[in-house]
Design a protein around this ligand. Structure first.
Ligand code: NAD
Length: 470
């Protein structure tokens, strides 16, 4: 693995990696398994250093860092390792009579040289998760960690070359300028995780080379709560999803649409859960994270300020609303009586603020969700199968979780990705392997017999036979 020095330009790195890919080295299944094993060792042998870096960057607790980053990656790696041979196997498909004798199959092939651009909120998982797919599918790649999580980025830059094949992977550090330099190069796939504004820059640059992209973006994920559920459990689960990683989770429930009948008990359940999780003073809890940087602190402070300054008669801050810029602490905050046109409903919050909007029934909630850009996830809490069906049919989102939040990501059989404004393409498990592979279509024929039927000059009889055979 090479980290380009000023005299070692990105273009030279790209040429070098391409040469290695062209040599065929990554095609071999044993190379891929070796790399997956190396990735596993990297995580296992450096666990405490990752915990330290994630604590420095995001105040992440050890348990959250393990469950949502390292542990999750280890299960991805083990799953890929176990299934790789079967994923690599060609799949036979039927061959029409006109092409007999013959055989047709689909053969997965590595795309080539890929670029993976990571985001800062899960800075290990969002860089190495796609890498599991890239390695499994047999690609070479450049990894660009997010500069917004500097401790983790530095650790990844230091450790990755010690474990992975240094001729096949390279880490490039930097922000907009360096990423811009990378995007000028030709890749065979760009896998980007982050916000929509940069996604447009990525897509524009990719279009210059007709490079395909996977875009893992965000949005406002609603939690729709029906009147028939246990509000304490629903409230606890929603609060857990909203306030983990201090709200900086792309699939966190961003706002709640609750049936008016159980609004109060649901809010009570969420408030009780926050205290149960983090105590009366979350700033003293080891389990409560910090905002990534001052820019995002200020963004959240402004967003809350604009929201509370609006003349919404019923708006109420149920808990929270306190912060400390120096320590990047922003208290878990719950707002009720929020109106749909409030500033807090105008953008993805990506922080520990949870607006609650009451509705007269689930259909009113669905109407609102349908009027918004398509989110990464829709959550619904209900025991009514008809409500469940209506939510599934009438909303469009990357995924849905019924009676829980975020846990859909742990099922490696499920594709993880967005639709519309929340992104394009998907990964996790086999879907990662497929995201980084080309499905090559292959047909093998014999030279004989060579029926004259398909060759000119044509006549009525040939046409008649072709109609029968095709
Ligand atoms: P970002 O978009 O600012 O940065 C992401 C990456 O883009 C970084 O590596 C950064 O260096 C690079 N970058 C930044 N500016 C650039 C520029 N001008 N040109 C080229 N590259 C540039 O990250 P963000 O927007 O703060 O991330 C938060 C967003 O990401 C939220 O919307 C969140 O929902 C989403 N997200 C999605 C997922 C997912 O898996 N779908 C995961 C995490 C975050």
């Amino acid at each position: 693995m090479t980290t380009p020095s000023p005299n070692h330009s990105i273009s030279q790195v790209v040429v070098g990696l391409r040469d290695v890919f062209d040599s065929g080295r990554t095609q071999d299944v044993s190379w891929r398994i070796d790399q997956l094993d190396a990735l596993r060792r990297l995580l296992e042998e450096n666990e405490s250093r990752f915990f330290g870096a994630l604590r420095d960057d995001l105040g992440k607790s050890v348990t959250e860092a393990w469950a949502a980053e390292l542990g999750f990656l280890l299960s991805e790696i083990n799953f890929a390792r176990k299934n790789l041979r079967s994923w690599m196997r060609p799949t036979r498909v039927s061959t029409p009579l006109a092409c007999q004798p013959g055989r047709s199959w689909v053969e997965p092939q590595p795309l080539g040289l890929v670029l993976i651009i990571g985001a800062w909120n899960y800075p290990v998982g969002l860089l190495l998760g796609p890498l599991v797919g890239a390695v499994g599918a047999g690609n070479c790649g450049i990894l660009k960690p997010s500069e917004q999580a500097p401790k983790t980025a530095a650790l990844l830059e230091e450790l990755l070359p010690l474990y992975l094949d240094t001729n096949c992977f390279s880490v490039v550090q930097g922000g907009a300028e360096e990423t811009g330099g990378l995007l000028a190069e030709r890749f065979d796939l760009i896998f980007y995780t982050g916000g929509a504004a940069v996604a447009k820059i990525v897509m524009r640059a990719a279009s210059e080379h007709l490079t395909p992209v996977v875009l893992e973006l965000g949005g406002k994920c609603p939690a729709i709560v029906d009147r028939d559920v246990d509000p304490a459990t629903a409230g606890r689960r929603i609060a857990w999803g909203r306030f983990m990683n201090a709200g900086q989770t792309c699939v966190a429930p961003d706002y709640v649409l609750v049936d008016r009948d159980i609004e109060e008990p649901l809010i009570d359940g969420m408030v009780a859960a926050v205290e149960e999780f983090f105590g009366k003073q979350p700033d003293l809890s080891d389990d409560y994270g910090r905002i990534i940087n001052n820019h995002h602190m200020q963004r959240l402070v402004d967003l809350l300020g604009k929201t509370t300054a609006t003349a919404t008669p019923n708006l109420q801050m149920v808990i929270g609303g306190r912060w400390d810029v120096e320590s990047r602490y922003f208290a878990p905050t719950i707002l009720k009586g929020v109106s749909p046109d409030s500033p807090i409903m105008g953008e993805e919050i990506f922080g520990p603020i949870l607006p609650v909007l009451s509705v007269s029934d689930v259909d009113e909630a669905l109407e609102f969700v349908r009027s918004q850009p398509k989110p990464l996830a829709v959550y619904t809490f209900t025991h009514d199968k008809q409500v469940e069906r209506r939510v599934l049919h009438r909303t469009s989102s990357g995924g849905v979780c019924i009676n829980d939040v975020i846990m859909q990501l742990t099922a490696l059989g499920l594709p993880f990705g967005g639709v519309g404004d929340s992104g394009m393409g998907a990964y996790h498990g086999r879907h990662s392997f497929e995201a980084f592979s080309h499905k090559k279509a292959v047909m093998r024929r014999t030279l004989h017999p060579d029926l004259k039927l398909r060759y000119p000059p044509y006549d009525e009889t040939k046409l008649k036979w072709l109609r029968r055979l095709m």
